[in-house]
Ligand binder design. Structure first.
Ligand code: SF4
Ligand code: SF4
Length: 386
C-alpha cells in the first residue's frame, strides 16, 4: 500500500460515524447494513487492513469478502469524523485491493469479471459486434467528428434495462438537435470498475486504449450514459493524458431542455442519486433540474437524498461480482421501500446500474403495482411525445 496511506490508516479511532448518514437516521453503509459486523463498515475495515498490513492477520476468504463488499459509495467519506483521513477512506480500500490483486488472492467473482473484461472488452463476455443492438432502428451515426461522442458503456450495451435507457437518452438527444455519434462495436469498457476492484494495470491499459481511440477520432466532448464512465473519463483519464470535456447525459439535457416543448404530465416522482454522480462528482442538481422541467411532474425527496443517499449496492464492482449479495437487508431493497414511503409512483434513476439493481429490488419486494423504476430520459421522452 502507498506509504501516504500506511502512515494515516491508524488515525481512524472507531467512532462508527462512517456507517450513518449525516442526519443519523439509519445505517447508510451498504455492507454494514447487510452484514451488521463492524468489520464490514469503513472504520472496522480500515482496522482489519491495518492488521493485515502489519502481518497480524493472514489473507483469507473472509478478509477478501470484507474488502470486496465495499461498494465504494463514499457515504463514509461524507460522514467520517476525522477530517485528515476522510477523503482517503475509499482510496485506502482500493489500495488494499490492489495489493490483493498483485498477490493473486482475489475472490472468484472478481477474478471472473477482470478476466471477462480483459478477454472480451466487456463484462458480459458478449461479442463486440452486438454492442450497438440497442440502437437498432434509431438511425444513429457512427462518430465521425460530431460535437459529442455518446459513450454507452457495458451495461447500456448489453443489459436489457441498460439498453432501454441508452435508447431513451439517444432519442432525446436527437429531439434536442444535439450532434452526436457512437462507437458501436468499436466501443470497449471504460474501466471504472476495473480500477475500483484494484486492477490498476488493466485499468491503465483500458484507459490508454480508449484515450488513443478518442484522440485518433478527434473527440473533444463526451456524453456518458453511466455515472461510472463519467467518473473515470472525467477524473482518471486526464492523469493518463486524456483530456476531454466529459458530461453525464443529465447535464447535457439540462442545458438543452429549455428548447424542448413538453406536454403536461401527472406524475409524482422521487429521484435516487447515483453515488458516482452525487458523492463522487458533486452533481446533484442537473438530474433534479431536468425532472423539474417536465410540466406537471411533482418531485418529492426520499428521507436520504443527495449527500445522504443510500447506494443501490451496485458500486465498486459489486454489480458484476455480487459479493455484497442480495436479500431483505440489501441496500437496493431497503432503498425501494424508502421510495415507497414518499408516495411517489415512479423511482427515477440516472444510472444503468441503479436501474437494474432497483428494478430487481422492486420485483423482489413484490412492489411492481406500487412503484415503477424509470430513467430520467424515458420520463422526459414520454412528456415530449404526448
Ligand atoms: S467515522 Fe472515520 S474515524 Fe470514525 S470509525 Fe469511521 S473511518 Fe474511523
Ligand atoms: S464506501 Fe460505502 S460501502 Fe464502502 S465503507 Fe464507505 S459507506 Fe461502506
Amino acid at each position: 500500500m502507498k506509504k501516504e496511506y500506511a502512515d494515516i490508516i491508524h488515525r481512524c479511532f472507531r467512532c462508527g460515524w462512517c456507517k450513518l448518514p449525516l442526519n443519523f437516521k439509519d445505517f447508510n453503509c451498504p455492507s454494514y447494513l447487510k452484514y451488521r459486523f463492524e468489520s464490514f463498515s469503513s472504520g472496522g475495515r480500515l482496522w482489519l487492513i491495518r492488521a493485515w498490513m502489519n502481518g497480524e492477520i493472514q489473507t483469507s476468504e473472509r478478509f477478501a469478502k470484507i474488502l470486496f463488499s465495499c461498494v465504494t459509495c463514499k457515504n463514509c467519506v461524507e460522514a467520517c469524523a476525522m477530517p485528515k483521513i476522510r477523503q482517503y477512506l475509499v482510496d485506502m480500500v482500493i489500495a488494499a485491493r490492489e495489493d490483493m490483486v498483485e498477490q493473486g488472492v482475489i475472490p472468484p467473482g472478481v477474478r471472473d469479471y477482470l478476466k471477462a473484461v480483459s478477454i472480451s472488452g466487456n463484462a458480459y463476455k458478449m461479442p463486440q459486434e452486438q454492442r450497438a443492438i440497442w440502437a437498432d432502428g434509431l438511425d444513429i451515426p457512427l462518430y465521425s467528428g460530431q460535437e459529442y461522442l455518446f459513450y454507452v458503456g457495458d451495461v447500456g450495451s448489453y443489459d436489457e434495462v441498460g439498453k432501454k435507457m441508452a435508447r431513451s437518452v439517444a432519442m432525446l438527444l436527437k429531439k434536442a438537435d444535439i450532434s452526436f455519434g457512437i462507437l458501436a462495436s468499436d466501443e470497449i469498457t471504460d474501466g471504472n470498475e476495473v480500477k475500483t476492484l484494484g486492477e490498476a494495470g488493466l485499468f491503465e491499459q483500458i484507459a490508454s486504449q480508449n484515450i488513443e481511440k478518442f484522440k485518433g477520432l478527434g473527440v473533444r466532448k463526451i456524453i456518458t450514459l453511466s455515472p461510472h464512465a463519467f467518473n473515470s473519463m472525467k477524473n482518471e483519464y486526464p492523469k493518463l493524458g486524456g483530456n476531454f470535456d466529459v458530461y453525464h447525459y443529465t447535464q447535457v439535457l439540462n442545458a438543452a431542455i429549455k428548447d424542448i416543448s413538453m406536454a403536461e404530465v401527472d406524475l409524482k416522482v422521487t429521484y435516487h442519486d447515483p453515488c458516482y454522480l452525487g458523492r463522487w462528482n458533486n452533481e446533484y442538481w442537473a438530474p433534479r433540474s431536468v425532472l423539474r422541467s417536465v410540466p406537471g411532474l411533482e418531485l418529492v425527496e426520499m428521507d436520504r437524498n443527495m449527500q445522504n443517499a443510500l447506494c443501490c449496492g451496485g458500486g465498486g464492482g459489486n454489480f458484476f461480482t455480487d459479493i455484497l449479495g442480495t436479500g431483505p437487508d440489501s441496500s437496493s431493497r431497503v432503498r425501494v421501500k424508502e421510495a415507497i414511503d414518499t408516495g411517489a409512483s415512479v423511482l427515477a434513476v440516472a444510472c444503468p446500474i441503479c436501474y437494474r439493481m432497483l428494478s430487481d429490488a422492486v420485483k423482489a419486494e413484490g412492489l411492481e403495482d406500487r412503484i415503477e423504476v424509470r430513467d430520467i430520459a424515458d420520463i422526459v421522452n414520454d412528456a415530449v411525445a404526448v
